[in-house]
Design a protein around this ligand. Structure first.
Ligand code: GUN
Length: 290
């Protein structure tokens, strides 16, 4: 069993970005700039936002964190997004999810300029990605691809099973891995909450690569996978004792895997690294750099 070290891979990618940014800044350009909107108080979001800001520092980006109270209205938030959309001094905009219940998440995502949508959640980017066109790719899914690439794990011709069909992870990774992309050309089965248990087991037991994003600690057990599987655990679950665990029963499954991501230190770090790649792309687009 070998670990897919998201921390090491993310540091390498962010190091590459930092070198490029240093070159741009030396030539007189401003730094890339990421704006993050955070609404209300939500402990996991606080921690994700902190790691995004830290990564901006490491990459040589400027960042701005705009905090709004839980009581902000949808109209007020939309007005703020409109303002940032028109602000040439920022390249990428993230609205940290989840949002309070009284705000329609889809309306907010749809309001972000596709040119600043570094999360890759806007229908324009999602559609372009699906069609195989240049786009900001959803960051967690893109991060998983970058991790597989870093460790030279082939996907072409492989059988990949995705568990979970969220718009943020399961749906985009299933599309990206089946597309004719560098990290793609796999045969993908997308399973979800309505997949009968027997069918799920049939699929996971013959998969070369299993990607799980369901938010249930210990969901993937030893009996569900075959010897030599590559296992990507997207879950970040906080237990009552404060420990952070993934969606895989890591202690019992790990010895069956050829490769497995740890939690923490796996996919979570890669989501942030992919956001950095997307922000650099937004910046390069703005300044017509290649
Ligand atoms: N909340 C959990 N994951 C994400 C993500 O990738 N992007 C945003 N904006 N919010 C999230």
């Amino acid at each position: 069993m070998k670990l897919l070290d998201g921390k090491k891979c993310a540091e390498s990618l962010v190091g590459d970005i930092a070198r490029k940014v240093a070159g741009y800044v030396a030539s007189g350009l401003r730094k890339p700039h990421m704006t993050i909107i955070l609404v209300g108080e939500h402990a996991p979001s606080e921690s994700y936002v902190k790691s995004k800001i830290k990564s901006c520092e490491n990459a040589g980006f400027d960042s701005a964190l705009l905090r709004f109270p839980e009581t902000i209205t949808e109209a007020e938030l939309l007005a703020k997004i409109e303002e940032i959309n028109g602000d040439q001094s920022t390249d990428g905009l993230i609205v940290q999810l989840p949002l309070p219940k009284h705000i329609n998440q889809q309306n907010i995502i749809n309001a972000i300029s596709p040119d600043k949508d570094i999360d890759g959640f806007h229908p324009t980017n999602f559609g372009r990605m699906t069609l195989g066109q240049k786009a900001f790719r959803p960051a967690t899914a893109y991060g998983i691809c970058k991790l597989l690439q870093f460790y030279e794990i082939p996907t072409r011709g492989k059988h990949c099973v995705v568990i979970g069909r969220s718009n943020i992870v399961g749906k985009p990774i299933s599309i990206m891995l089946s597309n004719d992309f560098d990290i793609g050309n796999a045969t993908v089965t997308l399973t979800h909450i309505e997949t009968p248990r027997e069918l799920l087991l049939d699929e996971t037991r013959r998969a070369d690569i299993v990607i799980v994003a369901v938010g249930i600690p210990g969901f993937v057990t030893e009996d569900m996978v075959r010897e030599g599987v590559v296992l990507i655990d997207v879950g970040i679950n906080r237990l009552e004792d404060g420990r952070i665990v993934g969606d895989v029963d890591f202690a019992n499954v790990k010895n069956k895997c050829s490769w497995i991501t740890p939690v923490p230190g796996g996919v979570g770090r890669m989501t942030v690294a992919a956001l950095m790649i997307n922000t650099l792309m937004a910046y390069q687009n703005n300044f017509h750099l290649s």
